[in-house]
Design a protein around this ligand. Structure first.
Ligand code: OOG
Ligand code: MG
Length: 259
């Protein structure tokens, strides 16, 4: 193992431990300004390998910064992606234990379920043909960095803040997803109101980008996987002892409780 590979493993361990212990860690870019995007994805990959060695299973990928609202909120302009494992999935209407997270936030999203694999450059039509279900989804993001502040390489190394997700009922992909109203309610109050069209104009475009970006790292989106298209609005801080609901105009709702 050369020095860079050793550093990649060490930083993956640092981020993995920060996640497991729900303790914030300083931004990697402050200590190691030389880390580039390619090494950041290698750190992400190494942190996922640690999860897989603990018997977690890869179940999909998530896209980030696919809406203007998210780019503006976090000050990052590039599309990013991260990986989802089975242990991150919560049951619909389930309870999230806030003590397992540093400073979790909640996002209103759309999820795709794939019936066939997608790798590399695919057309919009090919991406649509690979989907056998679409669902409203809540993503819980939790940056492992202090104050939820990071650079592009920091957030990529940190698996794009992935921490948990909840899927609502699967609908047929024939439903119109390009112009769904998305209302994020916290304790019965609308905290974010947006449209699925905020996600790259059409959430299916996010699936095209997911296949392309994962393909650049040699990863194929597999049949049966879930792909989260990215938040349609800015994220909201997740309060304790609360009821969270995403209401959509035509895809149904998804719920979560926090302790
Ligand atoms: C990065 C993850 C962004 C989304 O839906 O845009 C993301 C972050 O904001 O911490 O999940
Ligand atoms: Mg998200």
């Amino acid at each position: 193992m050369n020095n860079k590979q050793h550093q990649t493993q060490q930083l993956a361990e640092r981020l993995d431990k920060a996640a497991i212990t729900a303790t914030a860690t300083p931004q990697l870019s402050q200590d190691y300004p030389e880390i580039n995007l390619s090494q950041a994805y290698q750190i992400q990959q190494a942190s996922i390998a640690r999860r897989l060695s603990r018997k977690e299973k890869l179940v999909g990928v998530k896209m980030g910064f696919t809406s203007r609202a998210k780019m503006v909120q976090m000050g990052v302009e590039d599309l990013i992606w991260g990986q989802l494992t089975d242990s991150m999935q919560l049951v619909e209407g389930g309870m999230l234990n806030m003590q397992h997270y540093v400073h979790p936030r909640i996002e209103p999203e759309i999820a795709f379920r794939l019936k066939t694999s997608l790798k590399g450059k695919v057309s919009l039509t090919e991406a649509m043909a690979a989907v056998d279900g679409i669902a409203p989804a809540l993503e819980i993001i939790d940056s492992r960095y202090a104050n939820f502040k990071f650079s592009l390489t920091d957030v990529v190394a940190d698996n794009s803040s992935s921490s948990a997700f909840v899927l609502g009922p699967w609908c047929s992909p024939g439903e119109n997803i390009a112009n769904q109203a998305m209302i994020l309610n916290i304790n019965g109050r609308a905290k974010e109101v947006g449209s699925s069209s905020a996600i790259l104009g059409n959430p299916y475009r996010s699936l095209v980008e997911a296949a392309r970006l994962a393909g650049e790292s040699g990863l194929c989106l597999e049949a049966g996987w879930t792909v989260l298209a990215g938040a349609a609005t800015a994220a909201q801080a997740l309060p304790a002892n609360s009821h969270i609901q995403l209401k959509t105009s035509g895809l149904g709702d998804v719920h979560l409780y926090t302790s």
